[in-house]
Design a protein around this ligand. Structure first.
Ligand code: ATP
Length: 369
């Protein structure tokens, strides 16, 4: 398998538009890297540059220490799986998977061995004689994967491979891909705009916005320590709540004022605010829905950060309940225990767990703490 190095990679389209700006990333052998971000942020363009399907305007791309900017796609030893599978309709599953190997003049018995191995891994053994039109979406997707696997490439590139599947199948295939990664020990770069897919599959995630890398980190670090407001809002569902808060510093104490509420910031968070010179300034306070509690126990122990608000919407999801409400003009969501007695229209007390708040500079949107 392979390592990749992307150094100052930039894509400028002929109309002058910069779709990818100064992209830097070192990818180690066997990593499962995810490119995630909203539509149009440059994920596919970056992937296509790695595949050689798109010219690199500036920067250097290395695979295993070899510069490949000008190497033909077919000579990069990369297999790409697209969202629209691109199977040959007139060929059987077996032939679809064998096709690339035949072109490379691999001996017939070797082809047979590799196709059958891939079919076993992907549970396609019973479908080898079928044509694509006689397959379900998930089965077609597995054939597309199979076609990539049989080539035993250095790197797998996957561009939203699950986006055409229904929700249930997506979850199934997600697990399959995860197992596949372990089994093949392959380097995989995977594009998605679905943050759940990103969080569950990736060993590291690259969050992009407007052609610019926002943060590269493990799923857990992205969730617990987002580097800026965009990442904080993009990773996590339902998304992090954001409220404007006025800072008041008094010695070593920091109070955040949101509308009529004054909330004390724990010492562990206060230092960064004081050192950053935020006294008297407005910052953005972020708190995840699971850190907004309606239980009596939390409310009693967090007297400094209790708000009282009217619930607009109650949403039961089986194992959890989302309560949507307004706090001093800011829309909020609480993710609470399904045994809650709170319902739409009720006025309820919520305790914000101040140990878990994130603070962002309102101008630069960069994380303060
Ligand atoms: P999606 O999730 O919607 O596929 P993406 O993050 O993969 O989005 P890209 O397909 O990489 O986005 O496109 C990045 C940007 O480059 C978009 O704003 C797109 O409109 C623009 N773009 C793509 N191809 C061209 C082109 N040939 N000429 C000019 N701009 C282009």
């Amino acid at each position: 398998m392979a390592s990749l190095s992307l150094q100052h990679i930039t894509k400028r389209y002929p109309n002058g538009f910069e779709a990818v700006k100064d992209f830097n990333l070192e990818i180690a052998d066997k990593e499962f890297i995810i490119f995630v971000g909203p539509s149009g942020c440059g994920k596919s363009t970056t992937l296509r540059m790695i595949a050689g399907l798109e010219e690199i305007s500036d920067g250097t791309l290395k695979i295993d220490d070899k510069v490949v900017n000008d190497v033909e796609p077919k000579d990069r030893d990369i297999a790409m799986v697209f969202q629209n599978y691109a199977l040959y309709p007139h060929m059987t599953v077996y032939d679809n998977m064998a096709f690339g190997l035949k072109l490379r003049k691999v001996p017939k018995d070797q082809i047979d061995k590799q196709v059958k191995e891939a079919a076993k891994i992907l549970d396609l053994e019973k479908l080898l004689d079928r044509k694509p039109k006689a397959l379900s979406g998930g089965q077609r997707q597995r054939v597309a994967m199979g076609r990539a696997i049989v080539r035993d490439p250095k790197v797998f590139l996957m561009d939203e491979p699950l986006s055409n599947l229904d929700a249930k199948l997506r979850v199934q295939m997600r697990t399959e891909i995860s197992k596949l990664h372990e089994r093949l020990g392959a380097t995989i770069i995977y594009v998605t705009h679905d943050q759940t897919e990103a969080m569950t599959l990736g060993t590291r995630i690259v969050v992009m916005k407007d052609g610019v890398v926002q943060q590269v980190d493990t799923p857990q670090n992205l969730y617990n320590a987002p580097g800026n407001l965009f990442v904080a809002g993009f990773i996590g569902s339902p998304q992090m709540n954001f409220l404007d808060a006025k800072v008041k510093v008094n010695g070593n104490d920091v109070t955040l004022t949101v509308g009529k509420y004054n909330m004390k910031l724990p010492a562990s968070k206060a230092k960064a605010v004081i050192d950053g010179g935020y006294d008297g300034k407005t910052v953005v306070m972020g708190i995840r829905p699971e850190n907004v509690h309606d239980s009596q126990m939390f409310i009693e122990t967090s007297k400094d950060s209790v708000v009282e608000c009217k619930i607009n919407v109650y949403e039961l999801l089986g194992a959890e309940v989302y309560l949507y409400f307004d706090c001093e003009g800011f829309p909020m969501t609480a993710r609470v225990d399904p045994r809650t007695t709170a319902r739409s229209g009720d006025t309820v007390k919520f305790a914000l767990d101040m140990e878990k708040v994130h603070l962002f500079d309102k101008e630069t949107e960069i994380t303060i703490t």
